[in-house]
Design a protein around this ligand. Structure first.
Ligand code: TYD
Length: 396
């Protein structure tokens, strides 16, 4: 049974950074109701209204994962680990973006799959074999025909973006070798609940996995998780190492039962835990709006840092406009000069000069807090202030 626990109101499509102010352009903005539901059968959390993939992942996709040093380092580390531990003859990445993972491997060993044409073009230019297609059974058959079996399939922050999970795992099952390894990493549901990071929900994040839910989903395809690593990326993620149940060479590590027990202890199988989360979210909105209002009453200037898809959820749910946040700063070329989706807040090119020490800076990219605080060391040293809403709204 599907049970709703959270309603984040009408939202524009995150990552749809328009050149026009959404307040003046209302009729051209596609909105959807962002509601979050719990599946009592497998404890899977998902958004209720799904947007067709072609509308989200096309040749205009603005996010490039290689722009962040945190992500580049993380991909480098896992690549080294894969080489040392699994020595794959051939690997495949589902959602290769602009290449920070695949570029750690020999060009003749790795295949990228990236439906956003603008990104696939980049890795092809580097000389990497990249399919500009959505991941599905048809594509996996094409890959199998050309390359035979794949030893390691890696996918970070992508599987939760694909609506038809049956199709995803059927396609993986089709192309993964007998003793092949599947590695998936995605934001952790437990971290999301603990951090009250309701902005993990938006049209692209169709699911937020827990070890409990993923275990049940993959079991249908005779896969099992044999190891789990905790990662600090994207606000707290889990990296799941998965094998075929028939592969007895690899032992299931303690990390798996430990994570599952911890999730059970924290109520992830109980609807009441999600009702509590919804209550935390309403409180978080109240606190953030009141904090911003108080600063504006004192004539303080507030700007945003990191024009994330996550910030789109926050701004639209809390109804924050340019009378509160003057502009957002971001380093992504494809976002600059555009507007935060659904709002009249402009995105300006990141420039230290636009961050005066008496400004209050709302941290849209809170998931890169460490990287950003290192970069803005001088601003902070001079008394500069950030605002975050995670785990609860406050000034840092
Ligand atoms: P991301 O973490 O992908 O969040 P989401 O998935 O919610 O969109 O996006 C991070 C954004 O923050 C991206 O637009 C780049 C921006 N950013 C900066 O502008 N400066 C920085 O130093 C960092 C780390 C990120």
């Amino acid at each position: 049974m599907i049970k709703k626990f959270l309603d984040l109101g009408f939202q524009p499509m995150a990552n749809n950074y328009l050149q026009t102010n959404s307040k003046l352009n209302k009729k051209n903005i596609h909105t959807y109701r962002l509601e979050v539901v719990f599946n009592t059968d497998n404890s899977l959390i998902s958004i209720k209204t799904k947007i067709p993939k072609e509308k989200m992942f096309n040749n205009k996709y603005p996010y490039k994962s290689s722009l962040s040093s945190t992500m580049r380092t993380s991909f480098k580390k896992i690549s080294q680990k894969i080489k040392n531990k699994f020595e794959p003859r051939r690997l495949l990445e589902i959602g290769s973006n602009d290449g920070p993972f695949i570029t750690n491997f020999d060009k003749n060993k790795v295949i990228g799959v990236e439906p956003c044409g603008n990104l696939a073009k980049i890795t092809r230019r580097y000389g990497y074999y990249t399919y500009a297609n959505y991941w599905d059974i048809k594509l996996s058959k094409r890959i199998k025909k050309k390359f035979k079996d794949i030893d390691v399939i890696y996918s970070a922050n992508t599987i939760t973006h694909i609506e038809n999970l049956n199709n995803v795992f059927k396609a993986i099952n089709n192309v993964l070798s007998k003793n092949g390894i599947l590695i998936i990493e995605d934001p952790s549901l437990l971290e999301c609940l603990k951090k009250i990071s309701y902005d993990q929900f938006y049209n692209e994040h169709i699911y937020i996995f827990s070890a409990i839910s993923l275990k049940q989903i993959i079991k249908r395809f005779s896969f099992e998780i044999f190891d789990i690593e905790k990662l600090p990326t994207h606000g707290g993620s889990l990296r799941y190492f998965i094998k075929r149940i028939s592969n007895k060479k690899l032992k299931i590590k303690k990390s798996v039962s430990k994570q599952i027990k911890f999730e059970i202890k924290n109520g992830l199988q109980n609807f009441t835990r999600y009702k509590k989360f919804a209550h935390d979210v309403y409180k978080s909105r109240k606190m953030l709006v009141s904090l911003l209002k108080k600063l504006k009453e004192k004539n303080k200037k507030i700007i945003g840092y990191g024009a994330t898809a996550k910030a789109t959820t926050v701004l639209n749910y809390c109804k924050i406009a340019d009378d509160m946040i003057d502009y957002f700063l971001d380093t992504t070329p494809d976002k600059i000069g555009r507007y935060m989706p659904g709002t009249n807040i402009r995105i300006l090119k990141y420039d230290k000069k636009l961050m005066k020490k008496n400004y209050f800076i709302f941290l849209g990219a809170w998931n890169f807090k460490k990287e950003i605080f290192n970069k803005e060391h001088n601003f902070l040293k001079k008394g500069g202030k950030f605002i975050t809403h995670v785990p609860f709204p406050r000034i840092i």
